[in-house]
Design a protein around this ligand. Structure first.
Ligand code: UDP
Ligand code: MG
Length: 309
């Protein structure tokens, strides 16, 4: 018998845990017919509601349910990593607790592993039920990443993914602190099959990703998988040097031909403001990378465990 591990990060999902379990178990016969045992790893990411109680209740009923609970909220990326570390399966699948990742897709996903794929990933083809402005910026983000990063990051990609042990070990071998899983999957390679499905809206509760949190997360993605912004300082600097050089030539000629009327300080002020603004902006970009390096160098643990079964 092979083992399938289901990794479920949960943050304040008390209403969804039981639903998730029963919905998932509708496919139980498929797994037993295909010689698969399952283990469910719930990662409680420092929930402040009854999530932990709901998980423990399941654990009493079904010993295949295991869990880790964090000492506080460390974020979904940390939860995914903790789950990967804990899970012992030959196959692993990441799923959200809110049933946005339909378990009914799993049999089809397994079919592709049999065909020789190492990883079966999903993307949603639409963003039904999402605020327009959010979709707009998400699209821009994926377009930008395509241009500035070598890691392939797919628009609409979800974290719902079925992988083999080999791929899981590859991810575990990347112990970086600033984790951006979508980028990591693109970076490691392996043969990946993309399945598409229509967006499913969250069953109960609310999304944990505010616009601001998503924005910060996108910056994380950019700094973790591209160094193009760092080059911007050099490019802008070069551009200004060329302009300055042209102006120097013009001014020298003008002074030689027409004499030198001392005027034009308003334009001078504008230029100083512009150039110092650009300089500060570039220093800010460098600072962003420096901050990431600083966090990386500290080697703090990604998460702290409070309880584990
Ligand atoms: N989640 C988590 N830690 C967090 C935020 C979210 O473990 O800090 C979990 C959450 O419980 C859910 C999954 O990550 O199972 C996806 O979160 P959500 O549904 O809020 O995101 P969305 O689907 O709206 O992108
Ligand atoms: Mg969700």
């Amino acid at each position: 018998m092979k083992l399938l591990s289901i990794i479920i990060p949960c943050y304040n999902e008390e209403e969804n845990i039981a639903d998730f379990y029963s919905e998932f178990m509708k496919n139980a016969s498929y797994f037993s017919n295909h010689g698969l045992n399952i283990e469910m790893c719930f990662i409680d990411d420092g929930s402040t509601d009854g999530t932990m109680a709901a998980i423990k209740e399941l654990q009493q009923k079904d010993e295949r349910v295991r869990f880790i609970s964090f000492s506080r909220n460390f974020g979904k990326e940390a939860a995914i990593f903790a789950g990967l570390k804990k899970a012992q399966g030959d196959y692993l699948v990441f799923m959200d607790a809110d049933l946005q990742d339909p378990p009914s897709l799993l049999p089809e996903m397994f079919g592709y592993l049999d065909k020789g794929y190492d990883s079966v990933a999903t993307r949603r083809v639409n963003r039904k039920g999402e605020p327009m402005i959010r979709s707009f910026f998400a699209r821009r983000f994926y377009k930008l990443m395509k241009k500035i990063s070598k890691a392939e990051i797919v628009d609409g990609a979800r974290d719902y993914r079925l992988i083999t042990r080999q791929v899981a070990d590859a991810i575990l071998s990347m112990p970086e602190y600033n984790r951006f899983t979508k980028g990591i999957f693109g970076w490691i390679g392996y043969k990946t099959k993309w399945l598409e499905y229509e967006n499913v809206e969250r069953r109960k509760g609310e999304t944990k990703w505010s616009f601001w949190r998503l924005f910060m997360y996108s910056l994380e993605g950019i700094t973790a998988f591209s160094t193009v912004p760092l080059m911007m300082a050099s490019i802008i600097g070069l551009f200004f040097c060329i302009i300055a050089f042209v102006f120097i030539v013009i001014i020298i000629i003008r002074a030689a031909v027409f004499g030198d009327p001392t005027s034009g300080w308003p334009s001078l002020v504008c230029i100083i403001l512009l150039v110092s603004g650009v300089q500060l902006f570039c220093i800010g970009i460098i600072g962003e990378y420096l901050a990431k390096t600083y966090m990386e160098v500290k080697k703090r643990p990604l998460y702290l465990v409070k309880e584990e079964v």
